[in-house]
Design a protein around this ligand. Structure first.
Ligand SMILES: [Zn+2]
Length: 251
């Protein structure tokens, strides 16, 4: 009983500790924070896309875990942290299900409809940005480390570079992976029009990293780094000034 209670209490505490330490780290490191947070991010909707879901489990870890479950677990933590920090946030799915209609029959049809629905949700949102959460897999099981991909826009690239750097500092100090432009054949990313990044949090084909990706504290650290990067990302100059002055006017 006591063990169950501890298991329930520890993850939120870790989460809170992570957010507070990141906030303190950021506060010490920048003089411009009041202009960017919360005023800068409070008017943009952060859409979080937990990749795959339902019958489409995505990649499978060496111990048989589905990518879709890990994506959802990390996305839910990102959602909680973002909500706690006062950022408008919405998840594209909140459970292990596909967004396809019940009429879709084959897996191929379900995947196509699911992606079309995600595109529709992103493109119909006002002033939104997209954060897509996935896990990597590769035939060579020695590959490891988080990597961030971005849509080919200036804002997406800046967001991805900053997220990659924070993931390195907070999660994997030895990770030398660089943020990269997303391949044009990724359906969701090539059919939306807002700034977007896709975070491959780690490799399910690497035994050690796959185990870490299942653990709550590791998922918390990933989520803190991802949302911390979003919060501390400098806005384009004109936009930051405009949002800061409008926030000042409402005080
Ligand atoms: Zn995936």
């Amino acid at each position: 009983m006591q063990k169950v209670l501890l298991q329930k209490v520890i993850p939120p505490l870790l989460l809170l500790a992570g957010v507070l330490s990141l906030a303190l780290w950021y506060w010490q490191g920048s003089q411009t924070m009041p202009a960017l947070f919360p005023a800068g991010r409070s008017t943009t909707l952060l859409l979080i896309d937990p990749g795959h879901g339902g019958e489409d489990g995505g990649a499978v870890s060496v111990s048989g875990e589905k990518e879709s479950d890990i994506n959802l677990s990390i996305a839910l933590k990102c959602d909680q942290i973002a909500g706690l920090m006062g950022i408008p946030v919405e998840l594209l799915r909140t459970e292990d299900s596909s967004l396809a209609s019940p009429e879709a029959e084959s897996l191929r049809e379900k995947k196509r409809e699911d992606l079309a629905r995600r595109v529709e949700m992103v493109n119909s949102a006002q002033q939104a940005v997209l954060l897509s959460i996935h896990q990597n897999s590769f035939p060579d099981s020695s590959y490891s480390g988080a990597q961030v991909f971005y849509r080919p826009t200036e804002e997406s690239e800046a967001w991805a570079l900053h997220t990659q750097e924070l993931l390195r500092q907070v999660v994997n100090p030895d990770n030398r992976r660089q943020a990269k432009e997303i391949p044009s054949d990724i359906y969701l990313m090539s059919h939306i029009s807002c700034p977007a990044i896709l975070v491959e949090c780690g490799f399910l084909s690497h035994a050690g990293e796959a185990q870490l990706l299942l653990e709550e504290p590791y998922q918390c650290r990933l989520s803190v780094a991802i949302i911390g990067a979003y919060l501390s990302l400098p806005l384009p100059a004109g936009e930051a000034e405009q949002r800061y002055s409008s926030a000042q006017n409402t005080n």
